[in-house]
Design a protein around this ligand. Structure first.
Ligand SMILES: CCC[C@@H]1OCC(CO)=C1C(=O)O
Length: 215
């Protein structure tokens, strides 16, 4: 496959230690995931303000204690959901990079598959809503948009170096435009259609933008 640019964006945030299976730990990890999923459903459906830890416990048919065992507050839950939202993208990048596309096609594939995640993945949907509501969440949420912008800029710089980018197109400006367009497309699709048409909406925008970017 073609040499890939060193991509700093989306560096895995947490070092995962590889240990053998421990049933107690596995059960705890499963419950933690259930809590995160139930919280994501509620945050996506009704937002941060109108969701309580009790709502999350009820959705899981567990006690509030079971939720508090994993997350000390609703704010901590929101941080975990947003972090899990962003953790999707390094995994997606690894998948796309194994398929051996050039840098421009990698950028196109990343966004096309991200659109599918915005349609289908409740954690991605919840993370997006929480980022909109960040002014009302008293917690340190990850800064939105910057990792995507950095990733796309690095891919477009590599594409330019391989002669794949139209003369006069700035990779950094194109990256910012792609992020703005994707954010807008998924937001409009969410408001108008609950994201039912987000893939189609992104496809038409992507075709136009990559036509303008490609040499
Ligand atoms: C890929 C465009 C940026 C992306 O779109 C929705 C959203 C949620 O905040 C994003 C982010 O924070 O990176």
């Amino acid at each position: 496959s073609e040499p890939q640019p060193a991509i700093a964006a989306f560096a895995p945030r947490k070092f995962v230690t590889r240990r053998g299976p421990d049933p107690k730990q596995e059960r705890s990890a499963r419950t933690r995931l259930l809590v995160l999923t139930a919280a994501s459903e509620l945050f996506a459906e009704q937002g941060f303000r109108h969701t309580s830890v009790k709502d999350v416990a009820d959705r899981m048919k567990m006690t509030k204690g079971a939720v508090y065992f994993h997350y000390p507050s609703k704010e901590a839950l929101a941080v975990a959901v947003v972090e899990e939202h962003y953790a999707r993208w390094p995994a997606l990048l690894e998948e796309v990079l194994t398929e051996g596309y050039g840098p421009l096609e990698t950028a196109e594939q990343m966004l096309a598959r991200a659109a599918v995640s915005f349609r289908d993945d409740i954690v991605v949907q919840a993370g997006a809503r929480l980022q909109i509501e960040r002014p009302h969440i008293d917690a340190e949420l990850p800064t939105p948009y910057v990792d995507w912008t950095e990733l796309l800029a690095s891919l477009l710089v590599a594409a330019r170096d391989e002669g794949q980018v139209r003369e006069g197109v700035s990779p950094e400006a194109a990256a910012r435009s792609l992020v703005s367009a994707f954010f807008g497309a998924q937001h409009i699709s969410d408001v108008l259609r609950g994201r039912a048409d987000v893939v189609e909406r992104w496809t038409e925008t992507s075709e136009l933008l990559f036509h303008a970017i490609r040499a």
